[in-house]
Design a binder for this molecule. Structure first.
Ligand code: ZN
Length: 196
């Protein structure tokens, strides 16, 4: 149904009960999805404490892009990036709402995507934190200053209103959960958000 509605990618939230309080699912579930729908772009968001250890598992299971949290591996981010690349995937870096945006600046020219969390990671259905918009704008401005253009993704509390604000600030990938699944007409919603 998601594909019929016209989504561009599948965002796959992995939680380990350690980096975040909840446990979701792991590589075997991704493998099943990939087997059923091999042509989907799988955007895997690892909210886990040891992303380097599991990168290859998710790559083998069908991930196209693997995003990890800078807060999980503040001193070994370069190694995690290398591990994800070695596994054959594109690389994303994510920051929680409380982490200063400057933390990702050294990686803007290195990774394929910057994921700006607009809620505290670990739970669905949360309300969008408004300061996210200025955080996206600050990252976009720094990208422009450096002449690099990683995709900027926002995840958490995205609806048509917050999607529009994020797009204006420079985001090009918007993760929609509750608002999408509750929508009467998902096809129209996907079209509307893509047009932003
Ligand atoms: Zn996510």
């Amino acid at each position: 149904r998601l594909l019929e509605a016209g989504v561009d990618l599948m965002h796959f939230d992995v939680m380990d009960g350690h980096f975040v309080p909840n446990i979701s699912y792991g590589a075997p579930v991704l493998k099943c999805l990939h087997a059923a729908m091999p042509d989907v772009y799988y955007d895997v968001h690892l909210m886990i404490s040891d992303p380097a250890r599991y990168a290859a598992d998710f790559a083998r299971a069908g991930a196209n892009l693997i995003t990890f949290h800078l807060e999980a591996v503040p001193d070994t981010a370069e190694e995690v990036i290398a591990a994800i690349r070695a596994a054959g995937c594109q690389v994303g870096i994510s920051i929680r709402p409380g982490t200063p945006v400057e933390a990702v600046f050294p990686y803007l020219g290195v990774v394929d995507l910057i994921l700006v969390m607009s809620v505290e990671p670990g739970f669905g259905g949360q309300k969008f934190i408004p300061t996210t918009v200025s955080r996206v704008a600050a990252i976009k401005a720094e990208c422009n200053r450096r002449g690099v253009s990683p995709r900027i993704e926002v995840d958490g509390g995205i609806n048509t209103e917050t999607a529009s604000l994020c797009a204006q600030a420079g985001a090009s990938v918007l993760v929609m959960g509750s608002a999408f699944f509750k929508a009467q007409d998902r096809t129209a919603l996907a079209k509307q958000v893509r047009a932003l």
